[in-house]
Design a protein around this ligand. Sequence first.
Ligand code: XMP
Ligand code: MG
Length: 185
Amino acid sequence: MYGDDIASVLISEDQIAAKVEELAELVAKRYPADAPEGDLLLVGVLKGAIFFMTDLAKKLTVPTQMEFMAVSSYGSSTSSSGVVRIMKDLDKDIAGRNVLIVEDIIDSGLTLSWLLRNLSSRNPASLEVVTLLRKPDALRTQVDVMAVGFDIPNEFVVGYGLDYAERYRDLPYIGTLDPKVYGGE
Ligand code: XMP
Ligand code: MG
């Protein structure tokens, strides 16, 4: 539906679905359903993580609650600077809660490491990260994550929540963008 903007399908809809089930099992094992800290609190990072967050929540066999945060990292449209601004903060206090950050993608890791510092200063009982994608070759800072869906090559990807200039989020798969779209060729 986007003509030939998508150069290739990197991860299909079926592969994503299977991975989400796997990750849900792994996450559920870490959090008892009757934890004294109450329901697991999923913190989704808008907007990229929305599809992953909702699909994961539906597959989790422990009760969860959902909060969202929107952050924007200064820099060009395809690379981040690590200087982060909160566009939308959490609605609730997370002190004493088991918090699981749900991320779409870890690229340089700068946004996430900032977010981890920010949220840990609010004294959650625990703070972990699950990310659907990670680009190991782009990492510029070490971040500890509980679970990773797919390690992918250092290419710009779109779909399943991920955008380029707000487009392509609605694709059900993850694909690489033809460089002509962002003026690469
Ligand atoms: P850093 O570099 O701080 O960046 O780990 C994380 C955020 O940058 C965005 N990002 C991407 N978005 N395709 C996208 O649509 C990509 O290939 C990509 N790489 C990074 C994303 O918002 C992520 O949370
Ligand atoms: Mg983005």
